[in-house]
Design a protein around this ligand. Structure first.
Ligand SMILES: Cc1cc2nc3c(=O)[nH]c(=O)nc-3n(C[C@H](O)[C@H](O)[C@H](O)COP(=O)(O)O)c2cc1C
Length: 223
């Protein structure tokens, strides 16, 4: 099966919406290419995509003095609005000095000040692309920390594309057929989890039990 054919599965609508963006401002961003491929795979497998750019969410450095009596910067407001409007998010993030880009952490810090805090219980999938041999994977481990601190349900598997400057075809797919297959499988698995957590009462109940909260008889069964 070719890389192209892998993306073209039959469409089964799932009623799940994914905010997808790359945490890079660079015009030729490798992570933006990976995010675009992720968006294509989500759409091809029945998900709705809200594709964003980091430029829409970027803003001034966080300063608590700016909070007093002022509205949050436009980029933070936009990120908050888009997060509230989705069921899950997918970020393709560069690795800067073995960690996440400062502008992404800055955006997370601003958005964490909104109430309700929008990352709480929101499923997220982390991707990275880098010219290096480890594909920016260390940056994703650092990115898990603020997200999990904020209550986001970060998917255990992460996809890091090594030697990303050589990895894409002219059409934007992964040239290596096995990598393309793994990429699609990772996104499909994440989509299955998001769909289950949104739509199936048994999955929601399982989460409530795990948290030690009281059960709701109305949810404690599969219709
Ligand atoms: C300040 C800075 C630090 C970087 N640190 C790392 C690093 O620690 N690991 C790595 O794999 N690449 C590192 N890179 C290279 C980036 O992975 C590379 O520039 C990548 O293409 C950036 O992502 P983008 O193409 O989506 O903009 C760094 C680049 C910059 C500008």
């Amino acid at each position: 099966m070719t890389a192209q054919a892998d993306v073209m599965h039959p469409l089964i609508p799932r009623d799940v919406k994914f905010l997808v963006f790359a945490a890079s401002l660079r015009a030729e961003s490798l992570n933006a290419r990976l995010a675009a491929l992720a968006a294509q795979v989500v759409s091809a497998h029945g998900g709705e995509v809200d594709f964003a750019t980091m430029a829409e969410f970027d803003g001034p450095s966080f300063n608590a003095d700016l909070e007093d009596g002022h509205e949050a910067p436009a980029g933070a407001q936009e990120m908050y609005r888009r997060l509230q409007d989705c069921d899950a998010f997918i970020i393709a993030s560069p690795e800067y000095n073995a960690s996440m880009p400062g502008m992404l952490k800055n955006a997370i810090d601003w958005v964490s000040r909104f109430r309700p805090q929008p990352f709480n219980e929101l499923p997220g999938l982390l991707l990275s692309a880098s010219p290096s041999m480890v594909g920016g994977n260390r940056g994703l481990w650092s990115l898990r920390v603020p997200f999990e601190h904020l209550g986001a349900r970060i998917y255990p598997d992460m996809f890091s594309l090594a030697q990303a400057h050589h990895a894409f075809t002219a059409e934007g797919h992964l040239a290596d057929a096995e990598l393309q297959r793994r990429f699609i499988a990772t996104i499909q698995s994440f989509m299955d989890l998001v769909e289950a957590s949104k739509h199936y009462p048994c999955a929601r109940t399982a989460w409530i039990e795990y948290l030690g909260e009281r059960l709701d008889p109305a949810l404690d069964r599969v219709e």
